[in-house]
Design a protein around this ligand. Structure first.
Ligand SMILES: [Cu+2]
Length: 119
Protein backbone atom coordinates (compact mmCIF):
# COMPACT_ATOMS: atom_id res chain seq x y z
CA UNK A 1 0.00 0.00 0.00
CA UNK A 2 2.84 2.31 0.93
CA UNK A 3 4.59 1.43 -2.31
CA UNK A 4 1.50 2.19 -4.34
CA UNK A 5 1.26 5.63 -2.76
CA UNK A 6 4.90 6.32 -3.66
CA UNK A 7 4.29 5.27 -7.24
CA UNK A 8 1.24 7.50 -7.37
CA UNK A 9 3.33 10.45 -6.18
CA UNK A 10 6.03 9.77 -8.75
CA UNK A 11 3.39 9.56 -11.48
CA UNK A 12 1.84 12.81 -10.30
CA UNK A 13 5.22 14.51 -10.19
CA UNK A 14 5.98 13.21 -13.66
CA UNK A 15 2.63 14.40 -14.92
CA UNK A 16 3.05 17.89 -13.54
CA UNK A 17 6.53 18.06 -15.01
CA UNK A 18 5.15 17.01 -18.37
CA UNK A 19 2.41 19.62 -18.04
CA UNK A 20 4.95 22.32 -17.32
CA UNK A 21 6.70 21.66 -20.64
CA UNK A 22 3.84 22.91 -22.82
CA UNK A 23 3.69 25.84 -20.44
CA UNK A 24 7.31 26.69 -21.15
CA UNK A 25 6.81 26.22 -24.89
CA UNK A 26 3.82 28.54 -24.72
CA UNK A 27 5.83 31.14 -22.83
CA UNK A 28 8.47 31.02 -25.56
CA UNK A 29 5.81 31.37 -28.24
CA UNK A 30 4.39 34.25 -26.28
CA UNK A 31 7.65 36.16 -26.65
CA UNK A 32 7.61 35.82 -30.45
CA UNK A 33 4.94 38.46 -31.20
CA UNK A 34 6.99 40.99 -29.23
CA UNK A 35 10.06 40.09 -31.23
CA UNK A 36 8.09 40.35 -34.47
CA UNK A 37 6.84 43.74 -33.35
CA UNK A 38 10.41 44.91 -32.91
CA UNK A 39 11.25 43.61 -36.38
CA UNK A 40 8.32 45.52 -37.85
CA UNK A 41 9.57 48.68 -36.16
CA UNK A 42 13.07 48.31 -37.58
CA UNK A 43 11.50 47.70 -41.01
CA UNK A 44 9.95 51.15 -40.90
CA UNK A 45 13.26 52.75 -39.95
CA UNK A 46 14.79 50.82 -42.86
CA UNK A 47 12.83 53.21 -45.06
CA UNK A 48 15.26 55.86 -43.92
CA UNK A 49 18.44 56.35 -45.90
CA UNK A 50 21.79 55.96 -44.20
CA UNK A 51 24.41 58.61 -44.46
CA UNK A 52 27.41 60.35 -43.01
CA UNK A 53 27.58 64.09 -42.47
CA UNK A 54 30.39 65.53 -44.57
CA UNK A 55 29.72 69.23 -44.16
CA UNK A 56 27.43 71.42 -42.07
CA UNK A 57 26.58 74.78 -43.61
CA UNK A 58 24.75 76.50 -40.83
CA UNK A 59 24.42 79.87 -42.61
CA UNK A 60 22.67 78.36 -45.61
CA UNK A 61 20.90 75.60 -43.70
CA UNK A 62 22.49 72.94 -45.86
CA UNK A 63 24.05 69.60 -45.10
CA UNK A 64 26.44 67.68 -47.29
CA UNK A 65 25.70 64.02 -46.75
CA UNK A 66 27.43 60.97 -48.15
CA UNK A 67 24.37 58.80 -48.41
CA UNK A 68 23.40 55.27 -49.28
CA UNK A 69 20.53 54.37 -51.57
CA UNK A 70 17.46 56.58 -51.08
CA UNK A 71 14.62 54.35 -52.21
CA UNK A 72 11.81 56.92 -52.18
CA UNK A 73 13.86 59.20 -54.46
CA UNK A 74 15.16 56.29 -56.56
CA UNK A 75 18.66 57.59 -55.95
CA UNK A 76 21.81 55.52 -55.63
CA UNK A 77 24.45 56.27 -53.03
CA UNK A 78 26.44 59.48 -53.47
CA UNK A 79 27.66 62.58 -51.70
CA UNK A 80 25.42 65.59 -52.17
CA UNK A 81 24.02 68.73 -50.59
CA UNK A 82 20.64 68.74 -48.90
CA UNK A 83 18.58 71.57 -47.52
CA UNK A 84 17.01 70.98 -44.14
CA UNK A 85 13.33 71.34 -43.43
CA UNK A 86 13.94 72.60 -39.92
CA UNK A 87 16.93 74.79 -39.02
CA UNK A 88 17.22 72.90 -35.71
CA UNK A 89 18.39 69.87 -37.70
CA UNK A 90 21.60 71.73 -38.49
CA UNK A 91 22.43 71.94 -34.80
CA UNK A 92 21.57 68.31 -34.15
CA UNK A 93 24.38 66.94 -36.30
CA UNK A 94 28.08 67.48 -36.82
CA UNK A 95 30.66 66.46 -39.42
CA UNK A 96 31.45 62.76 -39.16
CA UNK A 97 28.10 61.78 -37.64
CA UNK A 98 26.50 58.64 -38.98
CA UNK A 99 22.84 59.37 -39.54
CA UNK A 100 19.60 57.92 -40.80
CA UNK A 101 17.42 60.38 -42.61
CA UNK A 102 14.42 60.91 -44.82
CA UNK A 103 14.83 63.13 -47.88
CA UNK A 104 12.17 64.64 -50.10
CA UNK A 105 12.35 66.39 -53.42
CA UNK A 106 11.49 70.02 -52.79
CA UNK A 107 10.92 72.90 -55.19
CA UNK A 108 14.51 74.11 -54.88
CA UNK A 109 16.30 70.84 -54.32
CA UNK A 110 16.39 67.90 -51.99
CA UNK A 111 15.26 68.51 -48.46
CA UNK A 112 15.99 66.47 -45.34
CA UNK A 113 12.68 66.18 -43.53
CA UNK A 114 13.81 63.87 -40.76
CA UNK A 115 17.21 63.00 -39.37
CA UNK A 116 18.50 60.97 -36.47
CA UNK A 117 21.81 59.62 -35.27
CA UNK A 118 22.31 56.02 -36.36
CA UNK A 119 23.80 53.38 -34.09
CU1 LIG B 1 21.99 61.82 -53.71
Amino acid sequence: MKTLKTIALVVLAGASFALSLPGIAQAMDGSSPGKDGATAKSTSSADMAEGEIKKVDKDNKKLTIKHGEIKNLDMPGMTMVFQVKDAAMIDSVKVGDKVRFVAEKGATGFVVSEIQASK
